[in-house]
Design a binder for this molecule. Structure first.
Ligand code: FMN
Length: 323
C-alpha cells in the first residue's frame, strides 16, 4: 500500500478525522458509500506507543476500509516514532500527524494546533514519524494560523510547510480556519489555494463542506486535489456518493427515508458487532443525526433516552414515521 496517495482518481473524497465519530463502524459505512479515503480518530502517541488497550481500540482497522490513515496526536518525537511503528504493524496505509486540534486539553499542552508555534519541534515530530513509518506515507492535518504567545503576530501552516520543505510529506489536509476562531462561519479557501500553489504533495481542502455544491465550489476555488468532509457526514455518510454524482453530472438525488433507514440499520449492526455492548450507546448520537430535521424527530429524542438493547434500537428506527 506504499504511496497510495498517488493512486487515486481526483478529486479525492476523504472522511476527515473526528474524535468520537470516525470509529471503525462509521468508517466502513463511509467507505461503502463512496469515501476514497478514511482517517481514524486521533490516537495519542503516548498511549499508542505503550500499547494501551483504549488506544489500540481507536486504531483498530479492517482490511475492507483500506486505504485507511491512522492519525496521531501528541508532542514527543520519541513517542511519535514508536507510535508510527505500531500504526504500521496495525496495517495503516498512511500516518497522519494532528497539527490542527484546538481543544484545550490538546492545544493547551502544546500538541495539535499549538505545534504551529514551535516549528523546530514540529520538524522533529515529522522526522521521527517518518522514521517510525518506514515506507508508509506521512501526512499532516492542520489549520491556517495561530497567534504567537503574548503577541498579535501569527505563525501559519504555510510557514511550517516551508520550514519542512525538505522532508517527504506526502499530503496535507488544511482546515481553512484559524486557532482563534476555530469554528468561524467563513472558511479561508484562498489560503488553501496558496498552499496548493507551492506544496508539492497532495492538498486536501477542509472546512464548511456541507453540501455537494460547496464541494465543487471549494475544489474550483482552491485547486485542491480533494476535500476532507467533517460535519457534512453527520447522518449523511452517502454525501460522498452525492458529491461524486454532482461533480460528474451537476445533479444528485436526495435519499429517501427507506434508503436512510437501511444505512442506519447497517451502521447499528456494525457498531454492535465491532464494539459489542459499548457500540450501542455510542451509536445513539449517530442515530439522532440520521433523523435530525425530519418531521417527528424532536419527539423521538426523548424516546431515544429510554432505549438500550439492539432490538430497542432496531424497533426505534423502524417505528420512525415513514417520511
Ligand atoms: C467532533 C469532532 C471531532 C474532531 N476530531 C478531530 C480529530 O481527531 N483530528 C483532527 O485532525 N480533526 C478533528 N476534527 C476536525 C475535523 O476533522 C475538521 O477539520 C473540522 O470539523 C472542519 O471540517 P468541517 O467544517 O467539514 O466539519 C474534529 C471535528 C469534530 C467536529
Amino acid at each position: 500500500m506504499a504511496n497510495f496517495w498517488q493512486q487515486f482518481n481526483k478529486p479525492i473524497l476523504a472522511l476527515a478525522p473526528m474524535c468520537g465519530v470516525t470509529d471503525l463502524p462509521f468508517r466502513l459505512i463511509c467507505k461503502e458509500l463512496g469515501a476514497d479515503l478514511v482517517y481514524t480518530e486521533m490516537t495519542m502517541v503516548q498511549s499508542l506507543s505503550r500499547q494501551n488497550p483504549a488506544a489500540l481500540r481507536l486504531a483498530q482497522l479492517d482490511p475492507s476500509e483500506q486505504p485507511v490513515i491512522i492519525q496521531l496526536g501528541g508532542r514527543e518525537p520519541e513517542h511519535f516514532r514508536a507510535a508510527a511503528k505500531i500504526a504500521r504493524q496495525l496495517g495503516a496505509a498512511g500516518i497522519d500527524i494532528n497539527m490542527g486540534c484546538p481543544a484545550k486539553k490538546i492545544a493547551g499542552n502544546g500538541s495539535g494546533v499549538s505545534l504551529l508555534r514551535d516549528l523546530e519541534l514540529a520538524r522533529q515530530i515529522i522526522e521521527a514519524t517518518l522514521e517510525g513509518a518506514g515506507d508508509l506515507p506521512v501526512s499532516i492535518k492542520t489549520r491556517t494560523t495561530i497567534k504567537l504567545p503574548g503577541q498579535d503576530q501569527t505563525q501559519s501552516s504555510q510557514d511550517l510547510l516551508r520550514f519542512v520543505a525538505d522532508l517527504p510529506i506526502a499530503a496535507v489536509m488544511i482546515h481553512g480556519r484559524n486557532f482563534e476562531a476555530p469554528w468561524s462561519e467563513t472558511v479561508n479557501y484562498d489560503y488553501i489555494r496558496e498552499v496548493k500553489n507551492f506544496f508539492p504533495g497532495i492538498v486536501l481542502a477542509n472546512g464548511g463542506i456541507y453540501e455537494p455544491e460547496i464541494a465543487k465550489q471549494v475544489l474550483d476555488q482552491t485547486g485542491a486535489d480533494g476535500v476532507g468532509i467533517g460535519h457534512g457526514v453527520y447522518g449523511r455518510p452517502w454525501i460522498f456518493e452525492e458529491i461524486r454524482d454532482y461533480l460528474a453530472t451537476g445533479h444528485y438525488t436526495p435519499k429517501d427515508w427507506n434508503y436512510k433507514l437501511q444505512v442506519a440499520l447497517k451502521h447499528l449492526h456494525l457498531s454492535q458487532k465491532i464494539k459489542g455492548d459499548l457500540g450501542l450507546p455510542e451509536f445513539k448520537k449517530q442515530l439522532l443525526w440520521y433523523i435530525k430535521g425530519l418531521p417527528g424527530a424532536a419527539s423521538y429524542r426523548d424516546k431515544m433516552a429510554q432505549i438500550n438493547t439492539l432490538s430497542d434500537f432496531e424497533q426505534a428506527l423502524r417505528d420512525f414515521p415513514n417520511q
